[in-house]
Design a protein around this ligand. Structure first.
Ligand code: EPU
Length: 336
């Protein structure tokens, strides 16, 4: 059941070499429950790995890596204008989004081409191009790590925020998500407020876009800006876009009139990529790690990077952004 001394390089999109003392792939929820009951008795530390697209392995893992591989997508409820769809944790996120689109179930199109699995998506409330999964979320089922008991979570229970959920906060490391449900619409609502999409559709001379057009535009933009993890190791945005008080923003904007920012209800969100670019780090390399040439928010493996190479670069960037702008960048990826 367990693989011993399992190599993890092919299981993390940064392609960092590290081993896990044990690894188990589970293909059903029941198998996962019985595995957890065995493991609890052994008192092993646990790491759940979906697509491995949001982690930095800083060392070998002295515990058990669990890879939920169970599959399945089904419609739980259908009305004239909406559906509730359940997908298993091991489904590939992008394939799931495209499957929904092909069936005329809309709402997730702006989230096309995000790497990773369905089960990992709620952990950090994945988001892109003006949509987050909380916008279409219906509920999820998760397993208590300690006991193997099954618990349902509603939208409110998940406490979603910007790249955040209860699973990263109060309930961190306590549950493994097994199934996620989405409420999707049969009637398209096109969301183009995120500048790049509208511009891309205009360039393609599409005047009345369908959700499939929007998905294609998002895919084109992502392929243009973000490195393909199959070719260049990376974990997407490495830092969160920082949110600062209005007064601090006014002072910064006076000093840096071109600063890119998005006003929120009470605060202002800054484009971390812009801040990093201003420090001169875009396209640079430190050790085996680098800052992607086309998007400064993405750190990349230049070949043979270990976790400490990535973290050394990340900390250097944090130091330089803080020194120049007085703004602290928070690492978005999970450091293991
Ligand atoms: N910018 C620069 N230089 C750069 C990068 C960005 O000046 O090198 C400025 C540009 O003005 C650009 C703006 O920052 O217009 C925003 O950049 P972009 O549209 O690429 O988005 P982002 O804020 O850097 C966020 C998400 C991405 C998501 C995009 C699109 C976070 C941490 N990241 O990036 O998510 O795809 O918006 O919605 O919120 C991810 O989480 O892995 C991820 C890729």
């Amino acid at each position: 059941m367990f693989i011993e001394n399992a190599p993890l390089q092919a299981r993390n999109t940064f392609a960092i070499t590290a081993n896990s003392r044990f690894l188990a792939e589970v293909t059903t929820e029941a198998e996962l429950v019985s595995l957890l009951q065995t493991v609890t008795a052994k008192n092993l530390p646990l790491l759940v790995l979906g697509g491995g697209s949001n982690i930095v392995l800083s060392q070998d893992y002295e515990g058990l890596v669990i890879c939920p591989k169970f599959k399945g997508i089904r419609c739980l409820h259908e009305s004239n204008d909406s559906v509730v769809i359940e997908a298993a944790a091991g489904e590939n996120w992008h394939d799931f989004v495209q499957y929904c689109l092909a069936n005329g179930w809309y709402g997730l199109e702006n989230l096309s081409l995000i790497p990773g699995t369905v089960g990992a998506a709620p952990m950090q409330n994945i988001g892109a191009y003006g949509v987050e999964i909380k916008d279409c979320f219906h509920g999820l089922r998760a397993i208590v790590r300690q006991t193997g008991a099954i618990r349902e979570f509603s939208l409110a229970d998940c406490q979603f925020g910007y790249r955040d959920s209860v699973f990263k906060q109060a309930l961190k490391d306590q549950y493994i998500i097994s199934y996620v449900r989405f409420q999707l619409s049969k009637i398209p609502t096109i969301k183009l407020q995120y500048g790049d999409i509208a511009a891309e559709l205009t360039q393609q001379q599409i005047v009345s876009p369908t959700p499939i057009d929007v998905a294609r535009a998002v895919i084109t933009i992502r392929q243009r800006k973000l490195p393909d993890p199959a070719k260049i190791g990376n974990a997407g945005s490495f830092f969160k876009n920082p949110v600062i008080p209005q007064a601090q923003f006014v002072a910064l904007k006076t000093a840096y009139p071109h600063m890119v920012a998005y006003p929120q209800a009470d605060n202002v969100k800054l484009a971390a990529g812009w801040l990093i670019e201003q420090t001169g780090w875009k396209g640079q390399t430190l050790g085996h790690a680098g800052v992607y040439e086309k998007q400064a928010l993405v750190l990349v493996n230049r070949g043979g990077a270990k976790g400490h190479d990535i973290l050394h670069l990340a900390h250097t960037i944090q130091r330089d952004v803080l020194a120049k702008f007085g703004v602290a960048l928070e690492i978005e990826a999970n450091i293991i």
